[in-house]
Design a binder for this molecule. Structure first.
Ligand SMILES: [Zn+2]
Length: 220
């Protein structure tokens, strides 16, 4: 990883131009291109690669599920240097995930943090199964299930007939809220309007990403 901040005025200008709202609009425009089958595949050539040798200024951090169908740069039509990506199954937060996101906020000044869940999520489905049956999965998958369980229980408390997709939405909201609650660095950046945190649920059928949570000024 390469840090930002050594290019003086250029950095100040780009920070000024890249508000959370601008980052949000850029991200959603990319998703709209992908949904419509009109992806530009921007910033994926040798010139872009060369331009990023000494620095990076990604405009978005995507903290999403590891699911292979949720490839971050593809579904938002992005390229090299655009997105700082952290992914775990079920977008489960642990200290290293939080540390990665804090790095992006503190050292790269990224103006938008996206928590990205999706329908039919396997990790949430496994957690629902564990809650239903009382049987925990083996190995470290158990750690994932334990950390997703509060979201599944909260969803069931709101509606006993909650589906996996309802639980995913609740889990996205809780994950996004936890980033701000657990990280003073992220909370401070949100309070200073340097970054915003949003939660999206992605639809496998048509590729759209719906806003279900926001904290900060994205103008949506
Ligand atoms: Zn998933």
């Amino acid at each position: 990883m390469s840090g930002g901040g050594e290019d003086g005025n250029i950095n100040a200008v780009s920070e000024h131009l890249r508000s959370p709202a601008e980052a949000w609009q850029t991200l959603m425009a990319g998703n709209a291109r992908f949904v419509g089958g009109a992806s530009n595949h921007p910033n994926q050539d040798a010139a872009r690669r060369a331009s990023l040798l000494s620095n990076q200024h990604p405009f978005v951090m995507i903290f999403g599920c590891s699911d292979s169908r949720l490839a971050a740069e593809i579904i938002f039509d992005l390229g090299l240097g655009d997105a700082f990506v952290v992914r775990t199954a079920g977008h489960v937060v642990d200290n290293t995930a939080l540390g990665s996101l804090e790095y992006g906020v503190e050292y790269l000044d990224v103006p938008l943090i996206v928590v990205l869940g999706h329908d039919s999520c396997g990790a949430v489905t496994a957690t629902k199964g564990a809650v239903d049956t009382g049987k925990m999965p083996a190995g470290f998958v158990r750690d994932l299930v334990e950390r997703i369980t509060p979201s599944v229980l909260a969803s069931l408390r709101k509606d006993k007939t909650s589906t996996v997709n309802d639980m995913v939405e609740e889990h996205v909201k809780q994950t996004a809220a936890r980033l701000v609650e657990n990280s003073p660095i992220i909370a401070s950046a949100v309070a200073r309007q340097r970054t915003a945190v949003v939660g999206l649920t992605y639809r496998l059928t048509d590729g759209t990403a719906d806003l279900v949570y926001s904290n900060g000024h994205i103008g949506a």
